[in-house]
Write a protein that binds this ligand. Structure first.
Ligand SMILES: Cc1ncc(COP(=O)(O)O)c(C=O)c1O
Length: 359
């Protein structure tokens, strides 16, 4: 039986989107491909109200961690990596893995990175880039990006690189308004597409920086990828054409709903889930005021068996996620991102009530 995915990615992909992939291949040096890619970039620009550079890479979102490390940090300079969960920690690993220097700003899991913490670091050291996770999927914490970008206004040399893997296309994200220089996501989260595409939005300032940096790699070279698009309106290497068909199709639906409509739907799902958890005597792992609207990390204060729950849910054609890494069993996560609606969430939570006899 198909299990409807209430995990925080990959998310449920609709039959219409799956079918949109099933078309004949086209050459990636053809006008047909240029039209397809242009249609996608135009729609992404409209959705995120941005005039910045956009690229869609055949890779998962993690590629942009390597892109950040290799393009935005000059030799002899360093990054400040804000770490408050597993994915923000992965960004730190990517930076040092590219032999770039980085300081960590560690914040307790479940808490948000606050602007004053970053300001304190910036007063002591110079950084080429600050990395932050917009939506820590491991903890359900969201960052207040604009407040952080406001701090950076006094530090024009410092770029803001944002992992928005589990929030772009769900939560609001307007790069210019929010002050991001590189913000990226994966197709298998809020876009409700199969995995395999990574989307990045890049400011001119970030591209200028990349031009100054040596050792950008080949597949991770922002200057080459964006330069190729400028000249030829195509991608330098073979794109994932089937996935791009699906993305083009899905973006049309997303634009119909609009970024604000999508945000409101996600907010309503998050509010419903939060209330459900608190009413049943569970806790919420993320600190108040910084709770994700795409994933809820529920503290398992009632000591319920999450593995057994998923088995029972599986028989009803649904699945949610256990806590991430060290939070396994202490927490469980409900993904309310992508195409899900409040009705879908209600159905899931009613089933949990029944299985755990909570009502
Ligand atoms: C916040 C965040 N960053 C990065 C990643 C890694 O993305 P990918 O698996 O698409 O490389 C994930 C995946 O769950 C994520 O949730």
């Amino acid at each position: 039986m198909h299990k409807k995915l209430f995990i925080p990615g990959p998310t449920e992909v609709g039959d219409d989107v799956l079918k949109a992939q099933a078309r004949y291949m086209i050459g990636h040096r053809s006008q047909d491909f240029t039209d397809l890619y242009d249609s996608i970039l135009t729609q992404l620009r409209e959705l995120f109200k941005t005039d910045q550079h956009i690229l869609v890479v055949a890779a998962s979102g993690t590629i942009f961690m390597d892109i950040t490390a290799r393009n935005l940090i000059r030799s002899g300079k360093k990054a400040l990596c804000c770490v408050n969960g597993s994915f923000s920690s992965r960004m730190y690993d990517a930076v040092v893995g590219s032999e770039k220097e980085a300081d960590r700003l560690d914040v307790e899991w479940g808490k948000a990175v606050k602007p004053e913490m970053i300001k304190e670091k910036l007063e002591k050291s110079k950084y080429d880039v600050i990395t932050i996770c917009y939506n820590e999927t491991s903890t359900g914490v969201k960052a207040h990006l604009k407040e952080i970008a406001d701090v950076l206004k006094d530090y024009p040399e410092t770029l803001l690189a944002v992992d928005a893997v589990s929030s772009m296309g769900g939560d609001l994200l307007y790069p210019e308004e929010m002050g991001t220089d590189l913000v990226f996501a994966s197709s298998q989260k809020c876009f409700a597409l199969p995995p395999g595409l990574a989307v990045g939005v890049v400011s001119q300032k970030a591209l200028d920086r990349a031009n100054e940096v040596k050792g950008r790699g080949l597949y991770t070279d922002l200057v080459a990828i964006l330069g190729y698009y400028e000249k030829k309106k195509q991608t330098p290497s073979t794109p994932a054409i089937s996935l791009l068909y699906a993305m083009d199709f899905q973006l049309k639906k997303m634009l119909k709903e609009g970024a604000e409509g999508i945000y409101q739907r996600h907010k309503a799902m998050a509010d419903y889930t939060h209330k459900w958890a608190l009413d049943r005597g569970f806790g919420l792992f993320a600190e108040e005021g910084y709770r994700s609207i795409t994933v809820t990390t529920v503290v398992n204060t009632l000591g319920k068996d999450v593995g057994a729950l998923n088995k029972a849910l599986g028989e009803k054609g649904m699945i949610l996620a256990n806590g991430y890494g060290k939070l396994k069993d202490q927490t469980f996560r409900i993904g309310h991102m992508g195409d899900h609606t409040v009705e879908d969430i209600k159905k899931l939570l009613n089933c949990i009530d029944e299985i755990w006899e909570l009502k």
